[in-house]
Unconditional design. Sequence first.
Length: 364
Amino acid sequence: MSIHTIEPAYHPNQKMSVLVDWLVTLKCNYDCSYCPIDETGHDNRIPHPAVGPSLLMIDQMYEYVDVLMSHKKEASKSVIMQLRGGEVIYHPGVIELMKHTSEKYQQYKDRWRLKRRLTTNGTATEKSWRLICEHVEGVTMSYHSQGADKLKKAFRNNLLYLGEIKKEHDTIVCMYPDADHWRDCIEFLRWAKEKGVNARPRLLDGPLGMYSKQHLTDLGEFIDPVELMGWKHGTTAGVQARACCGGRKVCFDRKLRKTNTLVPRGPDGFKGWHCSANQFFLFGNNVTGQYFTNKDCRVRLDGTTGPIADINTMPDYIEEMRTQQELPTLICAQTKCVCGTCAPKSVHPGTLKEIMKIYNTVAN
């Protein structure tokens, strides 16, 4: 790979926060062809997790984050708790869980800032949608062209409602390259632009993410065409480049005046690079009761991959982290970076250490 360092662009509206990514349930009212039937997507065969263990998981995630925050500079003491599925809004206890995130936060509110953000396909009924919106600070809407017309109409109405109540939100459009679905995606992006809605295309990672020259021409309305130059039409998007899930721009090789949307991928990804993903992410799987550094990379401090703890062992892991004088970093063990692409990383450990001084206090 031609680059050796990646870090987020330094923009006041795109500051790096710690992302607590919580998989609430795997059940979903959609069954999109590009969404795998497993814990990375959805699985309607698995029942909703019980409320009791879910509440305990909230408590543990907050306690872990509190340890991370003790190492952060004041400007970096921000947490985003992302609730996702499956489809979160169809968990029968979703309102109780959201209320608990507010109540539990009261003991930490003087130490760090919290925003709860719901990732959803936005197809709830009007009554349910208005109630749900009372319990989150932000919403990420995902538009799926494979949905029924009735659901896509509900999506647009619910999206416009977020604008009416001035609720922080953004929209990603899953760009399915099949001709009819592609046309629907492009039409939605144009509709969003016309309505002043913040929407951006999301290229698919899996085998369906194969884009032609015409696809890239169409995308030029929404992504800088310069970044699409040199795209290999016979190769899936997932092995060529990826954008930050949150729409954050990134900089390469410490060239901070030049920002990029797409991060290139080499044949070995960032394997062997020094990475700070563990300082910006925590993934809690409410279905299995396990915790991971990140929902996709899952790299552990010892260089292996797998869960860092489960609901029974998390208290011990938290205590272990509490003894650290400064936050450790990872050595990447994966050949593909998905969520966590925007986390500061470098081939050179010294370069990463310098970057992390922007976010963390320095141990004496």
